[in-house]
Design a protein around this ligand. Sequence first.
Ligand code: PHE
Length: 507
Amino acid sequence: MFATMGALGLAPTAQAASREPAFRAPSSGDFHLKGKAAAKVVVVGGGIAGLATAYELGKAGYDCTVLEARGRTGGRNFTVRGGDSTTDIHGVKQTARFSDGQYMNAGPGRIPQWMVTLDYCRELGVPIEVFTNVNANAYLYNEKAGMKAPVRYRTAKADVYGYVAELLSKATDKGALDRQITADDQERLLDFLKDFGDIGDTLDYTGSPRRGYRVDPAAAGTPGEELGSVPSASEVFASGVGRYFAFEFEYDQAMLMFQPVGGMDRIPAALTRAIGERRIRTGAAVTEITDTAHGVTVTYTQSGRTRSIEADYCVAALPPNILAKTAHNLGPAVQTALEACKPSSAGKIGLEYRNRWWESDHQIYGGITETDMDLAHIWYPSYGHQGRRGTIIGYYNTGSNADAYAALTPREREARAVAQGVKIHGEKYRTELATSFSHHWRQTPYLEASWHSLSGGPDAPVFAPLNRAAGRVYFAGDYLSYADAWQHGAFTSARKAVTALHTRVLG
Ligand code: PHE
């Protein structure tokens, strides 16, 4: 009856619920039909791709061992809490002094609704909450463009949309679109623009309550006082604030977005539990991968000792720039492909404050302030609202901006980020600061990259050797996906490797 209701459109159908590409997890039942048995698999790398591989293969009873070079699983999915320490490739050690309940996601921090990452959260029982990616009350500040003070998103949007609407409507009114659209459509366009830009029948943009208020509307007798001094069209365009508005149109950045409650590392923690700790060796840095005619030998060091493990198959789920430096016999085409994956830089600093002045003084509850300074983005926390303390991401930057901060000591990074933040938020940005922790992926041992750029995309011919097995070795990672720098890329790449391996084992 349910199926019939579905056909009539009265109930959701399986078709409506399922999205491409479909994935069917291996199951032990698959073997009964074929008379085959699950194989032994060594997974190199305990990041999201490696964990997802062991997790999915584990559903069919594969005997998986995960080798993770670092002291914990998760890879770039790293949540920093008080007491956590890192040592970078130059030997610089930091220990986080965050208070109880405060954390920063040093790697992934936001998840769009369409990504399979949320399906894994559901399956693994990881609770999620909204991550606020855009906030009308957050600021825009383009210092290099000559802005004297930060402006709220809502104000900038009202002004940019207002002037765009004015200019386009006047052009339409003067007949500039006569060849493009009919008179009827011009009327419809004008109606839309008047509404979109809040321009009156004169088609002049003269400001709008959408910009915000100096005195907010309140009880009778207090109608509110709008923000004054509307900038000219020239000033608005020269400020460059409009460049930030397309961000929220992106398929991977549009609201709503989500985060696990309590920190992004709830995902690798849940995967680690599901796989079983006994199957995961941390502190195990792989030194050699050898494909033999009948299996794979993986050599690694752990606690100063050299060990090796034999398996039927290997899934190499470590960063391509690290694998490129690891001894292997997978052939020159594999090596060329690995070397063609170019590592990128990104860094973040967490700034813990003694109070949540951005909420109480600025009415900003989450979201992102955008700047043209080298801190790039300031993220306000999407958790713990109206609590006592709070932790801001004081910079999230990439490329040369990240490299510039990485070259500084942790103290210098804090000083530079704070000096810039003061320009937006005033002295509390400095005086209320309790502690900070900075993290840079290009300088992180066993990763040495925030993500990778693959010229021509993962299906360019040079990368073909990584998209199939090299003997008994499969490759997985976000870099081999169209969602690089997203956990979704790691999960879907792992699923692809798992499906190929399982299909082969089933014969
Ligand atoms: N996923 C990361 C982020 O959201 C990196 C990234 C940024 C990837 C923008 C694609 C686009 O910040």
